[in-house]
Ligand binder design. Structure first.
Ligand SMILES: C[S@@+](CC[C@H](N)C(=O)[O-])C[C@H]1O[C@@H](n2cnc3c(N)ncnc32)[C@H](O)[C@@H]1O
Length: 247
């Protein structure tokens, strides 16, 4: 069975393109601006996937990755990145091995997010950062013919074992491990630009819904989506949150 947390690389690329400016700002202003060590910081990317975030953060840190999917680890190696095979719930690293331990689009997929955050804190010397976790419950779609989309996405993610509301839980998750994080939402909406972009976004939404076109709700929504794209009225907003804390 395929692991639903192993999201297509194209979708990960789109996420990175949308969010990289915001998380780079976050790390520069909240982490690097306070650092006085005068050396490059060592960072760990937990649930690194094919290493797209690692590549973007290469200019800021010496980054290594960890993923439970061997194919992802291999993709990182093929790009010349350092990555290890392992579980976020029990990482193969000593206490305090890295200056910065971060994840992105990971906690929504894990069964025990409290344990993962605790483990991230354990292997960090100082900074623990969730760069991006979505909250589908806070989603807004327009026009009104698309209003049922949010509920179908929530149901689909629950069926696939993901937590569609993890974004709002970041404070609770960090507090459960005795850290008080700064939590915020990344700015901007996910603007669907060209027809190809709209098609790709719909394919991604369909994958999250996990139902076929034999379901009338899906075909109705697909029609509404296409119409809204064609007449230029489409708007979607899906909040994506970050959390950052210092040990
Ligand atoms: C949605 S992808 C995100 C990849 C990358 N962080 C990004 O933002 O581009 C989630 C990744 O987390 C990995 N993953 C899921 N659960 C994990 C766990 N318990 N331990 C380690 N890796 C995990 C998956 O194999 C997948 O590569």
């Amino acid at each position: 069975m395929t692991d639903p947390s192993v999201v297509s690389e194209l979708q990960l690329q789109r996420q990175v393109k949308w969010l990289k400016e915001s998380w780079t700002w976050l790390l520069r202003t909240k982490v690097l601006a306070l650092e006085t060590r005068g050396r490059r910081l060592e960072a760990l990317d937990v649930g690194c996937g094919p290493g797209l975030v690692m590549e973007e953060l290469g200019p800021l840190f010496n980054v290594q990755g960890l993923d439970r999917d061997k194919g992802m680890v291999e993709k990182c190696h093929n790009k010349g990145l350092t990555a290890f095979h392992g579980e976020a719930e029990g990482m193969p690293f000593e206490d305090g091995s890295f200056d910065v331990v971060y994840c992105s689009f990971l906690l929504l997929w894990v069964k025990e997010p409290k344990l993962v955050v605790k483990e991230m804190i354990r292997v960090s010397r100082q900074w623990v950062v969730c760069l991006a976790e979505p909250d589908i419950g806070g989603r807004i779609d327009h026009p009104s013919s698309l209003i049922g989309l949010k509920d179908l996405l929530i149901e689909g993610m629950l069926r696939q074992g993901a937590d569609p509301m993890v974004g709002r839980k970041l404070t609770e998750l960090f507090r459960s491990a005795d850290l008080d994080p700064e939590v915020g939402a990344h700015p901007g909406g996910w603007k669907v630009g060209s027809p190809e972009d709209s098609e790709q976004e719909w394919r991604n939404l369909l994958q999250m819904i996990g139902l076929g076109r034999e379901d009338k709700r899906v075909t109705d929504l697909e029609q509404a989506w296409k119409q809204a794209t064609t007449n230029g009225t489409l708007f979607q907003y899906n909040p994506v949150f970050y959390a950052i804390a210092r040990k």
